[in-house]
Design a protein around this ligand. Structure first.
Ligand code: ARG
Length: 540
C-alpha cells in the first residue's frame, strides 16, 4: 500500500483501496482539509503517439476528505525515510537496452534506449525486483565481412586499435564501404569472409579481442552515465554454427520451412518472413530468436523487456510470434518497450554522433554557462560537476517526453536553468541541501502541525503525498515523464515556499518544523532523480 492508501485506510476498507491507483490530491485551504480522489481506472493515452494529451475513461471515483493536521503528520512522518515503504514484487526482470553496433556510431536511438532502459532498471530495483541488465551488441552480419576486409587492407592490428577502438573501427568500416561501392570484388570477398566465419571455418579469436577492446571503451562512457551492465551479449554468440541446432528444432516443428529459393521462412500474421538465408547465413531475426530462447533458459525471467525504437516494431512482433509457436511460456513476459525518434541532435564535430561526443558537448556547454552565471559557487566550477550537470540535462530532457513521442532536440532548452529542465531540478536539490546544512537547526523528533499553518505548506504536502502513487504509475506504464513532470510541479511549490517561509532567524520550534517539510521535499527530489538515473548534486 502506498502512503496515501494507508492514510485512507484509517477510514476505509483497505481491500477496496488496494486497486485504486490513479490519484488526485488537492488541498482546500479554506476548509483546512485535503481532498483525495481515487480513480479506479487506467489513464489512457490518445491513439496518436505524437500527441501529449491524455484521455480518460469513465471510472469510479472514491473521495476522501482528510483533516489537515492528520495528513501533515502522516505524510511528514513517513516520507523522511530514505526509501518509501512500498510493496515489493520480487520478480526477475531482464532488460535489453543500449545495445549499439560496433564499428558504427552509437546513434541517438541508442542514447534514448540507454537512458530509458536505465530508468526502467532503476525503478524495478526500487520495487525490489531482481534486475539483469544486458547489453546486446551488434557485431554480426555482412557488414562485418567488410570491416574485416578493411582491417586487412589497411593492415590494422589489435595493438593499433587499443587507444580509440570504436572510432578506429568505424573509420575502417567507412573506408571499406567506400571501396566496395566501386569494386564488386571487395563485396564478394567481404561476403565470403562473413560466410566462412559464420559457418565456423575461420576462428573467432581475433574477433573476440576486438570485442573486448570495444567493451572497455564503452564501459568508460557508461560510467559517465552511472550505468553498469550485468552482462554483455553479442550477436556473434548466435552465429550460424552456434544456433544450427535451434534452427533444426524449429524446422522439425514446421515453424520454419524452406521456400523455392532455398531460404528458410516463417509465417507471421500471414506474412512470410525470412529467418535464414539460402546459404544458411543467419539474420538479425534468427539471432534474436535464438537469443531469446537462450535467455529464457539462462534466467527463467518473469519479464524480458527490449528497449528499442519504434522502427523495430515488426521485428519484435516476428521474434515473439515465432518463439511463441515454439515455447509459449517463454514469450509471456516479453515486451518491446518502444520509443520515438530524436531529431536534430548534432555536436560541434559534426553529424555522426558518438555518445562520448554528446556528453562532452553537454559538459562544455554547461561549463560556459556556469562561468557566466553569478549563482555559481567557485568550488563547483570543476569538470566533474559540469559533467554531471551536462548528463543531467541530456537525461531529463529525454525523459520528460512521453516515450513514444518523436521530439526535436534543442541544446538551449535542454541546458536552460529557467523553465523545466534537469538543471533546475539539480539547482533545487542543491538549495535544499545547503539549507539543511547551514540553517543551524536540527530536524524535530515529531511533526507538530500547529507550527505549519501556511497555505503553501498544504500545497507542498499535497504534492509530497503523491510521490509513491506517482512511482507506481510510472512503473506500470514504463513512463519516466510521470516522475519528471511531478518533480517539476513539486519544484514550483517548493520554490514558492522558499520565497515565503524562512528557516533562519525564526522561532526555533517553528524553524525545526519548517525544516522537516524542506527535508521531506529533498528526500523526494533525491529519490526521484536517482530513479531517473541522475546523480543529485550537493552544490553547483
Ligand atoms: N543493435 C541493434 C540496433 O542497433 C539493437 C539491438 C536491440 N536488441 C535486440 N535484442 N535486438 O539496431
Amino acid at each position: 500500500m502506498t502512503l496515501i492508501n494507508k492514510v485512507c485506510s484509517m477510514t476505509a476498507d483497505s481491500a477496496v483501496l488496494k486497486n485504486m491507483r490513479n490519484l488526485y490530491v488537492s488541498y482546500r485551504h479554506h476548509e483546512n482539509s485535503f481532498v483525495l480522489n481515487f480513480y479506479n481506472k487506467k489513464i489512457q493515452y490518445m491513439q496518436d503517439p505524437q500527441q501529449n494529451s491524455i484521455q480518460e475513461r469513465d471510472s469510479d471515483v472514491l473521495q476522501f476528505s482528510i483533516d489537515r493536521a492528520t495528513m501533515l503528520k502522516y505524510v511528514l512522518t513517513h516520507i523522511s525515510f530514505e526509501k518509501p515503504h512500498i510493496e515489493s514484487e520480487e520478480k526477475h526482470i531482464v532488460i535489453d537496452f543500449s545495445s549499439p553496433n560496433i564499428a558504427k556510431p552509437f546513434h541517438v536511438g541508442h542514447l534514448r534506449s540507454t537512458i530509458i532502459g536505465n530508468f526502467i532498471a532503476n525503478i524495478n530495483k526500487f520495487f525490489n525486483n531482481k534486475v539483469t541488465k544486458i547489453n546486446y551488441l551488434g557485431d554480426w552480419g555482412t557488414q562485418f565481412g567488410l570491416l574485416q576486409y578493411g582491417l586487412q587492407a589497411k593492415n590494422i592490428d589489435i595493438s593499433k586499435l587499443k587507444s580509440n577502438p570504436i572510432k578506429c573501427l568505424y573509420d575502417t568500416y567507412v573506408y571499406a564501404n567506400k571501396l566496395s561501392a566501386t569494386d564488386a570484388e571487395v563485396q564478394n570477398q567481404a561476403r565470403k569472409y562473413f560466410s566462412d566465419i559464420e559457418q565456423g571455418q575461420i576462428s573467432l579469436d581475433k574477433w573476440k579481442q576486438i570485442r573486448e577492446l570495444t567493451v572497455t571503451e564503452l564501459e568508460n562512457v557508461y560510467q559517465r552515465l552511472g550505468i553498469q551492465f550485468d552482462d554483455y551479449h553479442w550477436e556473434s554468440d548466435y552465429n550460424g554454427r552456434a544456433i544450427k541446432h535451434m534452427m533444426d528444432l524449429l524446422e522439425q516443428k514446421n515453424i520454419i520451412v524452406t521456400d523455392d529459393s532455398g531460404k528458410k521462412i516463417a509465417k507471421v500474421n500471414n506474412r512470410n518472413v525470412t529467418v535464414l538465408k539460402s546459404d544458411n547465413s543467419t539474420l538479425y531475426l534468427s539471432r534474436d530468436i535464438a537469443a531469446l530462447l537462450d535467455r529464457y533458459r539462462r534466467y527463467k525471467f518473469d519479464k524480458m523487456l527490449y528497449v528499442v525504437d519504434n522502427a523495430q516494431t515488426d521485428h519484435f512482433a516476428a521474434v515473439f510470434e515465432i518463439v511463441r509457436q515454439f515455447d509459449k511460456e517463454c514469450t509471456e513476459g516479453c515486451q518491446h518497450i518502444k520509443f520515438g525518434r530524436i531529431k536534430g541532435m548534432s555536436t560541434r564535430s559534426g553529424n555522426v554522433v558518438f555518445l562520448n561526443d554528446i556528453l562532452d558537448e553537454a559538459k562544455r556547454k554547461m561549463y560556459e554557462k556556469q562561468q557566466l552565471s553569478k549563482n555559481t559557487r567557485s568550488s563547483a566550477m570543476n569538470e566533474k560537476t559540469c559533467d554531471i550537470l551536462g548528463t543531467t540535462a541530456v537525461i531529463v530532457n529525454d525523459l520528460k517526453q512521453r516515450r513514444q513521442k518523436d521530439y526535436v532536440f534543442d541544446w538551449d532548452r535542454a541546458l536552460q536553468s529557467e523553465g523545466d529542465s534537469g538543471i533546475k531540478l539539480q539547482y533545487l536539490h542543491c538549495r535544499l541541501w545547503s539549507l539543511e546544512l547551514n540553517c543551524g537547526v536540527s530536524l524535530p523528533d515529531a511533526c507538530d502541525p500547529s507550527c505549519l499553518p501556511e497555505e503553501i505548506i498544504g500545497d507542498v504536502v499535497a504534492e509530497l503525498a503523491k510521490f509513491e502513487d506517482i512511482l507506481y504509475r510510472s512503473h506500470t506504464d514504463y513512463e519516466a515523464c510521470i516522475i519528471v513532470n511531478y518533480l517539476f510541479r513539486l519544484a514550483r511549490y517548493v520554490n514558492k515556499m522558499f520565497n515565503e517561509l524562512k528557516v533562519k532567524n525564526v522561532d526555533p520550534h517553528v524553524a525545526a518544523q519548517r525544516l522537516l517539510v524542506y527535508h521531506s521535499a529533498r528526500i523526494v527530489v533525491k529519490t526521484g532523480l536517482e530513479i531517473l538515473g541522475v546523480k543529485p548534486l550537493k552544490e553547483m
